[in-house]
Design a protein around this ligand. Structure first.
Ligand code: THU
Length: 160
């Protein structure tokens, strides 16, 4: 038996201001989208903005439902909309911003497992990395250079 270690590196930006101009623009789109989240049950608001290779930006936000599991996370609303509107266009980056009614979120919220899996499908399909930028309402921004970094050993179409 041998052991294998899987690790990854994150880039940590002290604040939004440290991001490049184009990534600031993308994060601003996520922040704007977050403000239109429909989250009356959790009071937890998430906005996502997807940057495509053709420079289009597609946004999404969480959409909750009285029947809780019928709702959908911001990341999937955004990435499915990108897939629906621009099929086959490479996705470069996804910016995500979260906030809560309870308190000011000064740390990023990481995407849930289902959203990681959904984003991973697009990364595998396009065979190029999808970057993630994660932010709360204020504070640090984390950058993962590939969704596979935060979904190691993922299930994908190669198994089928
Ligand atoms: N949520 C997202 O939109 N993205 C995530 O990655 C985590 C959770 C939403 C779902 C639900 O509307 C609320 O946040 C609380 O879970």
């Amino acid at each position: 038996m041998k052991k294998k270690k899987i690790s990854f590196e994150l880039s940590v930006f002290e604040s939004f201001d440290e991001l490049s101009e184009d990534r600031q623009k993308l994060m601003l789109a996520a922040i704007e989208a977050r403000k239109n989240a429909y989250a009356p049950y959790s009071n937890f608001y998430v906005g996502a903005a997807v940057l495509l290779e053709n420079d289009e930006v597609v946004i999404g936000n969480n959409q909750e439902n009285a029947s809780y599991p019928s709702g959908l996370c911001a990341e999937r609303v955004a990435i499915f909309q990108a897939g629906a509107k621009y099929p086959g266009v490479v996705i470069k980056s996804v910016a995500i911003s979260a906030s809560s009614k309870k308190n000011t979120l000064s740390e990023p919220a990481a995407p849930c497992g289902n959203c990681r899996q959904a984003i991973s499908e697009y990364e595998v399909r396009q065979a190029s990395a999808i970057e993630l930028l994660l932010m709360g309402e204020t504070g640090e921004v984390l950058k993962c250079s590939s969704i596979s970094d935060i979904l190691p050993l993922s299930f994908n179409s190669s198994y089928l």
